[in-house]
Ligand binder design. Structure first.
Ligand SMILES: [Zn+2]
Length: 155
């Protein structure tokens, strides 16, 4: 089970540390000082897409001393707990998304910016199946479809 953190429906009231600690616990993540600092930074307002390096920089700016390896471990742990979604753009670039609902992305190649595309704006069809019920090959089941549309600005 996943317990989604408050999302952009309450952009002006970031969750308190106590709220965040509760969510971590409810999702089976043991709460430590560092995980809490990382989560506070992640869930500080609205939906965010961040790489581990960007998050580490933000933490450093806030005076939190957290090793990059710890940031990585925590991000992967939160992903496994269903509190983050991982978006792999290329082998060198993985973003972590605080919006865990099914949705897609525009990716701006110049500056690496990611923007959400609501799920209902993209229809993916596999053969003639109803996309909701589509079966994968050899008796497999499709668990998710993640579309990344890569964009370049035109002059
Ligand atoms: Zn997103």
């Amino acid at each position: 089970m996943t317990a989604a953190l408050p999302s952009s429906s309450h952009p002006t009231t970031p969750p308190s540390s106590a709220d965040i600690a509760e969510r971590l616990k409810a999702s089976g993540v043991r709460v430590t000082e560092q995980r809490l600092a990382i989560s506070r930074c992640l869930y500080s307002g609205g939906h965010r897409h961040l790489t581990a390096e960007q998050l580490k920089d933000e933490l450093t700016q806030q005076g939190e001393k957290v090793a990059l390896a710890t940031v990585y471990n925590t991000l992967h742990q939160l992903t496994r707990a269903g509190l983050l979604k991982q978006i792999i753009i290329d082998p060198q670039r993985t973003y972590f998304d605080t919006n865990t609902h099914q949705h897609h992305h525009f990716f701006y190649e110049e500056d690496g910016h990611l923007e959400d595309i609501p799920n209902e704006r993209i229809a993916v069809r596999l053969d003639h199946d109803d996309p909701q019920k589509a079966a994968g090959p050899n008796g497999t089941k499709i668990t998710s479809v993640d579309v990344v549309i890569r964009l370049q600005r035109q002059d």
